[in-house]
Design a protein around this ligand. Structure first.
Ligand SMILES: Cc1cc2nc3c(=O)[nH]c(=O)nc-3n(C[C@H](O)[C@H](O)[C@H](O)COP(=O)(O)O)c2cc1C
Ligand code: SF4
Length: 452
């Protein structure tokens, strides 16, 4: 039985209200935090080993320790609630269902960072959650958890919610800061990093919703106890948004380090694949992370059990592994077309590129066009090599990681499913869609996938 820290009370009716949340132990961590020193809280977060849950997995305590020392100018905490990575919908659930958990985590974190203002930047498509958060903030304020002199500690804190306008790039932390300042959401060149010059050029920490929510159990349990949950450098629990060809799609909280086999096939978790079909591929970390072919999902290239953790998923590097990313788990059964899926992702990244750097602006467009050509039966063998060259020219040559997010899925699809791209080139008549482009290849194509 896996331990729950964030969703342990999610099933309680009315938990989104202050009254029920407080009755079930809510804000106890803030009572504790305000009696600690800010430095001690940062130390506990460092000890906990918590890593950012927004995608990059950067150690949170270390990020907090980089914040420029107080020198009379404001410092900010900015919560990244932009959540636009295809396949990722966990922050939505957390904010919708347990909004006070995020607010409690924010008060603790603002206090630790010496910030008197916390911002939540939320994707524009989550407008109804803006109302939920604002209601929860008002409840917290009227009960003395926000505003001036919280719990007579002498500490003041306010939280504001700002919706974006529906651009994926505003999830990149510096584009987010630009957008929060009311400008076009273009990523900034780094350095300087937000910890030195962030919001309004002031020291700023940007963290994901789930990361900040995890500060609540860290303060409750203490950093050392938290670090005992999970495995190795993958401590604690992680929210997984599970979708695709699985029996039980939804949001799950796993203890990091569980076996992928158990997560996919046991009835307690995803309950396997519908209609007895076979798994073809899986992306455990969201659309920008490399896809794994079936034989590398539950086992590593060395034949060991694949573990659901930062290190476990990366076992084998990009040759035979992937990354945990945001935990946007997507499973594909034997009927799904990898070329079509890759084209669909490329279409998204092309649409979302901010256009500042040419490898990303032009490259994502080329990827989309060439993939569309192959998918529709007009591709040549040299187009497959061209795809490889385009993704390589993007990777590592851009201002922000959206370039890699566009390149990695293409590279992994080519690495593991080249035979399927070749099949499209050799069978153009079968590519031309009946059903408006929605085709499956269960009969025509083997499930066998190419070895790297
Ligand atoms: C194109 C792009 C989109 C991103 N979208 C999000 C997002 O929606 N939510 C998020 O927390 N991080 C997102 N990130 C990562 C952020 O830049 C940043 O690393 C993260 O918010 C830091 O928080 P963490 O350390 O708690 O994970 C995105 C990055 C890129 C390059
Ligand atoms: S990589 Fe793409 S999204 Fe990022 S700054 Fe460059 S053009 Fe914009």
């Amino acid at each position: 039985m896996s331990r729950k820290l964030l969703l342990k009370n999610a099933h309680i009716e009315g938990i989104e209200t202050y009254e029920v949340y407080r009755k079930n132990g809510g804000y106890a961590s803030t009572e504790k935090a305000l009696k600690m020193t800010p430095e001690k809280i940062v130390e506990e977060v460092q000890k906990s080993g918590l890593r950012g849950r927004g995608g990059a997995g950067f150690p949170t305590g270390m990020k907090w320790s980089f914040l420029a020392k107080p020198d009379g100018i404001p410092r900010y905490l900015v919560v990244n609630a932009d959540e636009s990575e295809p396949g990722t919908f966990k922050d939505r659930f957390l904010m919708e269902k347990i909004p006070h958990l995020l607010i409690e985590g924010m008060i603790n974190s603002c206090f630790a960072l010496g910030a008197n203002v916390g911002h939540i930047f939320i994707r524009g498509e989550y407008m109804w959650i803006v109302d939920i958060l604002e209601k929860a903030i008002a409840e917290a304020k009227s009960n003395g958890w926000l505003g001036k002199n919280i719990l007579k500690s002498g500490y003041d804190c306010e939280i504001y919610v700002t919706p974006g306008a529906g651009a994926y790039i505003c999830g990149e932390e510096t584009a987010l800061l630009e957008a929060l300042e009311g400008k076009r959401g273009n990523p900034r060149n780094k350095p300087p990093f937000p910890a030195v010059k962030g919001l309004y050029q002031c020291p700023t920490v940007v963290n994901n919703v789930e990361t900040i929510a995890a500060v609540v159990p860290i303060i409750e349990l203490g950093g050392e106890e938290y670090a005992k949950i999970g495995i190795g450098k993958s401590t604690g629990t992680k929210l997984i948004s599970a979708s695709g060809n699985i029996n039980k799609p939804g949001i799950y909280e796993i203890e990091l380090g569980m076996k992928m086999e158990e997560f996919i096939y046991s009835d307690e978790w995803l309950g396997g694949i519908p209609k007895g079909k076979r798994m073809k591929a899986c992306i455990p970390g969201g659309s920008s992370m490399p896809i794994l072919p079936n034989y590398l999902v539950t086992k590593t290239a060395n034949g060991e059990d694949r573990l659901f953790s930062y290190e476990g998923l990366n076992d084998g590097g990009f040759e035979s592994g992937t990354m945990l990313g945001s935990g946007g788990f997507m499973l594909y059964d034997e009927d799904q077309c990898i070329v079509r899926n890759t084209w669909n992702f490329s279409r998204f990244y092309h649409h979302e590129s901010c256009g500042q750097c040419s490898p990303c602006r032009e490259g994502t467009g080329w990827l989309e066009k060439v993939l569309h050509k192959i998918e529709n039966g007009h591709g040549t063998m040299s187009d497959i090599d061209l795809l490889w060259d385009i993704q390589k020219s993007i990777d590592g040559n851009t201002i922000c990681p959206l370039g890699e997010a566009a390149a990695w899925p293409v590279a992994a699809a080519l690495r593991h499913f080249r035979d399927e791209f070749e099949w499209h080139v050799k069978n153009p008549q079968l590519c031309m869609s009946q059903n408006f482009g929605m085709h499956t290849y269960a009969d025509a194509r083997p499930i066998k996938v190419a070895q790297a």
